[in-house]
Design a protein around this ligand. Structure first.
Ligand code: LHQ
Length: 255
C-alpha cells in the first residue's frame, strides 16, 4: 500500500491504491506512519516526500472499508489518522506533501500537514467531510483556518467545493505549482535543494515554528533563545560562518 525509495537523501513514500485514488484504509495509514518513523530514524534520509500513485493524491477514508470495523469514530481516529498527523508534525526532518491529484477529506488534511506543499497543476483539494455529514478531521480544523482564516475555512468545509491549484497557491495552501508532466522531477529537485540545507538547524526551526503556532510572543522569544543555543553549538553553524567568510557555498551534507 506504500511504495518507498530513497534517492540523494530524499525518501519518497507513495500512497499506492491508485484504483481508489489512494483512499486510506487502516493498513495504509499504519504503514505510512511506520515508514515515516523509520525515515526519521534513518541518518541517510534528510527530507521525506509523501505523494500518491496514479491520478489521485488521497481521497480520504476508504468509504468501502468503514463498516463493521468494531471501533468508534473516536477510537478509529486515535488509532490511525491522529498518530499519522502527529508523526508528520513531530518529524525531525522536513516533510514535503507532493499533491499530484485530488486530495479529499482526510486526504486534504494530509495534503495540508506537510512542512512544504508542492502541487501539480491538475491537483485539487476538497474538504469533503460535509458531503457525508462528518466533521473535518486529521487536523483540517487546525491547519485550514491558520492558512485562510476562519471564514474561508468554514465556507470550504460547509460547501465542500473543489479548490484548484491556482487558487490553492493564491490562498496559501501550497508553496509551488508545477506542470503535471514534470511534477515528479520538479518535486525531487526541490527536495534535493532542501536536503542540502542544514538538517539540524531545520529540525530546530520546525520545532520553534510548531511551538510558536500555539504560543505567545513571550514564549516564542524564550523558545528561540533556547533552540538558538542548540543551533549555535552545532558544526553546521561553524560551517555556515566559515563558508560566508571564505566566500564559498556552505557544505551541510556530511557523514
Ligand atoms: C473511493 C473514494 C473513497 C473509496 C474515490 N473511498 N473509494 C471518515 C470516516 C471515518 C473515520 C475517519 O475519518 C474520515 C475522514 C474522511 O476522510 S471523510 C471523507 C471521505 N472521502 C470522501 O468523501 C471523498 C469521496 N470521493 C469523492 O468525492 C470523489 O471520488 C473525488 C472528488 C475524490 C474524486 O472524484 P473523481 O475524480 O470524479 O473520481 P471518482 O469519484 O470516479 O473515483 C474514482 C474511483 O475511486 C471510484 O471507483 P470506481 O470503482 O467507480 O472507479 C471511486 O469510488 C473511488 N473512490 N474516493 N474515499
Amino acid at each position: 500500500v506504500i511504495a518507498a525509495h530513497t534517492r540523494a537523501g530524499v525518501r519518497t513514500l507513495t500512497l499506492n491504491r491508485p484504483d481508489r485514488l489512494n483512499a486510506a484504509n487502516d493498513e495504509l495509514l499504519l504503514a505510512l506512519t511506520a515508514e515515516l518513523r523509520a525515515a526519521d530514524a534513518d541518518s541517510a534520509v534528510r527530507v521525506v516526500v509523501i505523494t500518491g500513485a496514479g491520478r489521485g493524491f488521497c481521497a480520504g477514508q476508504d468509504l468501502g472499508d468503514v463498516s463493521g470495523r468494531g471501533m468508534t469514530f473516536t477510537e478509529h481516529l486515535n488509532a490511525t489518522y491522529n498518530p499519522l498527523i502527529r508523526t508528520i508534525r513531530g518529524l525531525g526532518k522536513p516533510v514535503i506533501t507532493a499533491v499530484n491529484g485530488v486530495a479529499a477529506g482526510a486526504g486534504a488534511s494530509l495534503a495540508l500537514s506537510g512542512d512544504i506543499r508542492l502541487w501539480a497543476q491538475s491537483a485539487s483539494l476538497i474538504e469533503a467531510f460535509s458531503n457525508i455529514a462528518l466533521v473535518p478531521d486529521s487536523g483540517s480544523t487546525w491547519f485550514l483556518p491558520r492558512l485562510v482564516g476562519y471564514h474561508r475555512a468554514f465556507e470550504m468545509m460547509a460547501l465542500a467545493e473543489r479548490v484548484r491549484a491556482d487558487d490553492a497557491l493564491r490562498l496559501g495552501l501550497c508553496e509551488q505549482v508545477y506542470p503535471d508532466n514534470t511534477f515528479a522531477q520538479d518535486v525531487q529537485a526541490y527536495a534535493e535543494r532542501l536536503a542540502a540545507r542544514p538538517a539540524h538547524a531545520l529540525n530546530l526551526t520546525k520545532q520553534a515554528l510548531n511551538a510558536a503556532m500555539t504560543g505567545t510572543l513571550d514564549q516564542a522569544l524564550d523558545e528561540e533563545a533556547r533552540l538558538q543555543q542548540l543551533a549555535g553549538d552545532h558544526w553546521e553553524h561553524e560551517e555556515g560562518v566559515s563558508a560566508f567568510k571564505e566566500k564559498r557555498p556552505a557544505q551541510f551534507m556530511r557523514d
